[in-house]
Write a protein that binds this ligand. Structure first.
Ligand code: GAP
Length: 459
């Protein structure tokens, strides 16, 4: 059975994900993606881009900057509203998110309590009423609850106490709203149309954790779909379905996925409808993807604060209106964690040993083909094959250790095909192709390699 510990160990041992700044004793909750992990991450981003930008007739792309004019965050509501309720234990000095403190305690005791939408005072009352202890020291001596803004603050240029702070963006979405007018004009598009973007976001999370599930630095893949208000609900349904199909098409098990609509208390300040796609991780259900109907909240706010016209015009009546926005937003690392967890498998073999493998979809696999010369004497022949396939796929030649151990290593990083060069290859011009999932082997003529793999890795 999969546990988070097993997954973390596999990622570390196989060059997928390492703890950040390890040489200096680490920096909590930062992660580096190793030679295998970066390929997986790039594949996740490439596949999202292909599905949500390139293949969509009404969507274009953008790469906007991380640092934005600070007024943007005033207008968006992040300066005033993007915060978590914090509470301190006076006894042991540990700090907690008040809502999480209540949720964790109630889950442990099997009590049902809804904390969504509660004010700071409401949360504090509930802590007292349930007599919730500090999870670290067991004491009952808490401070009052304070709001803690999640945005990372910095200064531009020469640091001076009087300079206005600027923020690392907590979402990529705002960069898209700022470019609504320029994109609409330059790309000659009017609603309904969407803008997709992949980029880093930063949040000073109080409770990061669960490996790469919640971190302070992460990447988002966001699509802001601008639509006439009357069409917003139809597009909301469309994107909910499209996001779910994307996951199912990449082989994620249906039973591990669910779509959960937010209750009115849970909705963000900008949303009238939000659904989360959740995945059943070893630590429980967790949000992967949020699909929200953000209404005209953002464009309206930016119009007010900037004084610029962000209207669209109805093509028939020429009447002006502020478009609604439907937003599917997903984190790259969360998606990657889900793909890893879902693909992890342990299989008992006939000889009693256990094979660990990642049954990743071939399009996600970080190394597509492992090239294995049976003996070091065959390495130059294998190298010739590597040179042929490397411009097309991320392939890896491995000529060290027993063939069995090499197969296991490729299984553990989810390589769907291993190609073995043996002593017969020179005579019959064929290699052996081994399938990761079935372990079945076939002989394939060398001149058919490109067409064989083109079929296997077709999008
Ligand atoms: N623009 C809307 C927005 O940012 P969100 O629900 O706060 O909405 C969207 O974030 C997605 O970004 C989440 O569903 C999750 O996949 C990812 N995400 C958010 N915070 C994260 C964090 N601290 N670490 C990793 N991923 C995160």
């Amino acid at each position: 059975m999969l546990t988070m510990d097993k997954l973390v160990a596999l990622c570390r041992n196989r060059g997928i994900i390492f703890a950040g700044s390890e040489l200096y004793g680490g920096l909590a909750n930062t992660w580096d993606y190793g030679p295998v992990g970066v390929e997986l991450k790039n594949n996740v981003k490439r596949l999202w881009w292909n599905r949500f930008v390139q293949s969509q007739p009404l969507v274009v792309g953008l790469d906007s900057s991380i640092l934005l004019n600070p007024q943007v965050w005033e207008a968006s509501g992040h300066v005033g509203g993007f915060s978590d309720p914090l509470i301190d234990c006076r006894q042991c000095k540990n700090r907690f998110r008040a809502d999480n403190l209540i949720e964790d305690y109630c889950a442990e005791k099997g009590i049902s309590r809804d904390v969504a939408g509660l004010s700071n005072e409401g949360l504090r009352e509930l802590i007292d009423k349930e007599n919730i202890p500090c999870p670290s020291c067991g004491g009952h001596n808490f401070t009052s609850i304070r709001k803690f803004n999640l945005m990372f603050q910095t200064h531009q240029g020469v640091t001076d106490e009087n300079t206005t702070p600027i923020y690392l963006r907590p979402e990529t979405a705002q960069g898209i709203f700022l470019n609504f007018r320029t994109i609409s004009r330059s790309a000659r598009v009017s609603p309904p149309f969407g803008v997709g973007q992949i980029g880093k976001s930063f949040r000073n999370e109080i409770t990061p954790g669960n490996f790469i599930f919640r971190t302070r630095e992460f990447e988002q893949m966001e699509l802001e779909f601008f639509t006439p208000p009357a069409e917003a609900n139809t597009w909301y349904q469309y994107w909910c379905e499209e996001c779910m199909s994307f996951l199912l098409d990449l082989g994620v098990k249906k039973d591990n996925l669910r779509m959960r609509a937010h209750t009115p208390e849970e909705l963000s300040h900008y949303s009238v409808a939000t659904s989360d796609i959740e995945y059943l991780f070893p630590f429980g259900w967790g949000e992967i993807w949020g699909i929200a109907n953000r209404t005209d909240y953002d464009l309206k706010a930016h119009m007010e604060y900037s004084g610029k016209d962000l209207f669209a015009a109805d093509p028939v009546t020429n009447e002006k209106y502020i478009p609604y926005v439907v937003e599917p937003s997903v984190g790259v690392e969360r998606l990657l964690l889900m793909f890893l967890a879902d693909a992890y498998d342990e299989e008992e073999l006939e000889d009693g040993s256990t094979r660990v493998l990642l049954r990743l979809h071939p399009l996600l696999a970080p190394v597509k083909i492992g090239i294995l010369p049976l003996s070091k004497k065959l390495t130059s022949q294998a190298e010739e094959i590597r040179r042929r396939l490397a411009p097309l796929y991320n392939v890896e030649l491995d000529d060290r250790g027993s063939i069995g151990k090499r197969y296991r290593r490729f299984d553990e990083i989810g390589t769907p095909y291993c190609l073995t060069v043996d002593f017969q290859t020179e005579e019959d011009g064929c290699v052996t192709i081994r399938d990761r999932d079935t372990m079945e082997q076939i002989r394939l003529p060398l001149d058919e390699l490109e067409s064989y793999f083109a079929e296997k890795f077709r999008i």
